[in-house]
Design a protein around this ligand. Structure first.
Ligand SMILES: [Zn+2]
Length: 287
């Protein structure tokens, strides 16, 4: 689960984005994953870290093998996951079946971790996973999902941003399990690392990490202003707000937009700036 993708961005199946970062495209393009999940081969040695093995589609394994060959990598040391959404954890079982038993680590999230039948090793904030040529430091950055980790690539002062910052589209904050206030705090924490570049889970490499994070924060502030402007005209349901604020977007993206609007309304409610009635489809108004 990533972002609604609007611009039809395509990426090559296999690419080398730095001396120590190669990428194999997950072969799972969709409205929510853009060109598909970026699966990263990290390090310089014969056995790399595989960061996010994608969704588990059969077309992926031959692409991964081609990426290994081009990167000069013979196998994997271990698998590391940014979070438990299906387009990130779904590929674990097939990669293990192909490449044998490997350690698979992530920050635990029992609701979603059952998607793999494999044992998971818990990762926590600040944990370091190293391999030849690369050192990854985990940053717990919840909001898009409660278990979300970004990873600082110490050798480049770069960051693997998972679904928190994307090369295309914007991050969805799911209505059920996401939290906009957590997400904004996570963006601030990511910015505090001053990443040179960002390797996102979807879309192309981001060359100026700090500028992109600032763009995301500005985007959320603008959305909040737009929602407040709609409510200033009178009480509205979430979908009524979506139809105004997202008028320029395809209708098929409106359900995802509704999740973001709901998150904004909850954050405004927490701040005492908006309230809702208790109906099946609640009506929101300014406090
Ligand atoms: Zn996700």
């Amino acid at each position: 689960m990533g972002a609604p993708i609007l611009d039809g961005t395509t990426l090559p199946d296999v690419a080398q984005w730095s001396d120590r970062v190669a990428v194999a495209l997950g072969q799972n393009p969709s409205a929510f994953t853009g060109p598909g999940t970026n699966t990263y081969l990290v390090g310089t040695g014969p056995r790399r870290i595989l960061l996010d093995p994608g969704q588990g589609v059969p077309e992926y394994l031959p692409v991964l093998e081609r990426a290994m060959e081009q990167a000069g990598c013979e196998g994997f040391q271990e698998i590391v996951l940014t979070h438990g959404h299906p387009d990130h954890i779904g590929g674990v079982d097939s990669v293990l079946a192909r490449f044998g038993p490997l350690r698979v680590s992530k920050l635990p999230w029992p609701d979603f971790d059952g998607a793999t039948g494999s044992a998971l090793t818990p990762l926590a904030d600040g944990d370091v996973v190293g391999t030849e040529g690369a050192t990854l430091r985990a940053l717990h950055t919840p909001g898009h999902s409660p278990d979300h980790l970004c990873f600082v690539l110490e050798e480049e002062r770069a960051m693997f941003s998972g679904d928190n910052v994307l090369g295309v589209g914007t991050t969805v904050i799911p209505a059920e399990s996401g939290s906009l206030s957590d997400y904004l705090a996570s963006l601030a924490r990511m910015r505090g690392e001053s990443p040179t570049c960002i390797y996102p889970a979807h879309g192309p490499k981001i060359e100026d990490g700090v500028a992109k994070i600032d763009e995301y924060v500005t985007h959320r502030r603008e959305r909040e202003s737009q929602i407040l402007a709609v409510l200033a005209e009178g009480p509205r349901t979430v979908m009524e707000i979506v139809r105004v604020v997202y008028a320029a977007y395809p209708v098929k993206l409106h359900p995802a937009a509704a999740q973001s609007v709901t998150q904004h309304l909850r954050a405004l409610e927490d701040a005492g700036r908006a309230r809702s009635d208790a109906g099946d489809e609640p009506t929101w108004s300014l406090s």
